[in-house]
Ligand binder design. Structure first.
Ligand code: SAH
Length: 257
C-alpha cells in the first residue's frame, strides 16, 4: 500500500523522527554514564572483597576475622577514584597505596578499613584525623560520624582535599592546615583520633585531647625501621593503655615537634 503524505503530515513525520533521534541520543548517552558508574561500582565491590581477604590473613594481628559491615558499607559508598589524579582512576580500587603528589600517598584500602574499624565510632562521635592527604580517610569516617575534623601540614593538599570533599557533598568535614602533632585544641575533646602518618612517639597533646573512653589509632616508628600500628585507649578514669597491633608502613609525621 502506498501512502502519500501531505505537507503537514510530512512535517509531522519529520518532527517525530527528530524527537525519536533525541530520545535515542538521551538513552544512548545515559547508558554510557551508567556503564561508567557501574564500572566503578564493580571495582569498589572488588576492593571490598580484597579487604575481606586481607582481614582473614591478618586476623591474628588485629584479633578480628571480619571487618565491621558498617565500615565496608561506608567504603562501598566513597568514590575512591575521585581522590586520585585522573591518570590513576583506573587503579584507584586496587588494594594498594597510591601517590597523591608532594611525596605523599593515599593509604591502601585494607589499612583504611582497619584503622576505621579499630576506632569503633558511633554516629554522634567527634573524630579528629591527623594527615588529611587526599581526604579519602576523612570521607570514609564522615559516612559514619556526625563530624570529622582533619589537619594537614601541606597547604596545597589541605586546600585540594577541602575543595574535593565540598564538591562531593561532604558537609560534615572541617579541614585545617597545620601541624597535627598538637591536635586541634578548639575542637577537642574527641571520641576518636586517627593519625595517618608515622610518628616517633604518641604525641602527648593528642592523648590530652582524647575524651575519657576515647580511642586513638596511630602508626609509630621511623621511616627506616618497622612501624607498628598502635591502639591507644583512654579509660573512663583517665588512665591510658596502649596495644601494639600490626606492622605497617606509613609516610612520616613531619613538623617542628
Ligand atoms: N589519610 C590520607 C593519607 C595521608 S598520607 C588519605 O586518606 O589520603 C599522610 C599525610 O599526613 C600526608 O598528607 C602528610 O602531608 C600529612 N602529615 C604529615 N605530618 C603531618 C603533621 N604533623 N600534621 C598534619 N599532617 C601531617
Amino acid at each position: 500500500m502506498h501512502v502519500s503524505l501531505h505537507r503537514g503530515q510530512r512535517r509531522g513525520a519529520q518532527w517525530v523522527q527528530s524527537v525519536c533521534l533525541v530520545m535515542l541520543t538521551v538513552v544512548f548517552s545515559s547508558s554510557i554514564d551508567s556503564a561508567g558508574a557501574d564500572q566503578y561500582q564493580r571495582l569498589r565491590a572488588g576492593m571490598l572483597d580484597a579487604i575481606r581477604a586481607d582481614y582473614q590473613d591478618t586476623a591474628v594481628y588485629i584479633d578480628k576475622e571480619k571487618a565491621d559491615p558498617r565500615v565496608l558499607a561506608a567504603m562501598g559508598q566513597v568514590p575512591r577514584h575521585e581522590f586520585v589524579a585522573e591518570n590513576l582512576r583506573d587503579v584507584a580500587y586496587e588494594n594498594r597505596p597510591l601517590p597523591i603528589g608532594h611525596g605523599q600517598t593515599i593509604s591502601q584500602p585494607y589499612i583504611v578499613a582497619v584503622m576505621t574499624d579499630l576506632l569503633s565510632v558511633q554516629a554522634d562521635d567527634r573524630v579528629l584525623e591527623v594527615g588529611t592527604g587526599s581526604g579519602y580517610q576523612a570521607a570514609v569516617l564522615a559516612e559514619l560520624v556526625s563530624h570529622m575534623y582533619s589537619i594537614e601540614i601541606i597547604q596545597p593538599l589541605a586546600t585540594q582535599a577541602e575543595k574535593r570533599l565540598q564538591g562531593l557533598g561532604y558537609k560534615n568535614v572541617t579541614i585545617r592546615h597545620g601541624d597535627g602533632y598538637y591536635g586541634w585544641e578548639e575542637q577537642a575533646p574527641f571520641d576518636a583520633i586517627v593519625v595517618t602518618a608515622a610518628a616517633g612517639h604518641v604525641p602527648p597533646p593528642l592523648i590530652a585531647q582524647l575524651k575519657p573512653g576515647g580511642r586513638m589509632v596511630i602508626p609509630v616508628g621511623t621511616r627506616f625501621l618497622v612501624q607498628e600500628l598502635l591502639m591507644v585507649v583512654k579509660d573512663n578514669d583517665g588512665s591510658v593503655s596502649t596495644r601494639q597491633l600490626l606492622p605497617v608502613r606509613f609516610v612520616p609525621l613531619t613538623g617542628g615537634h
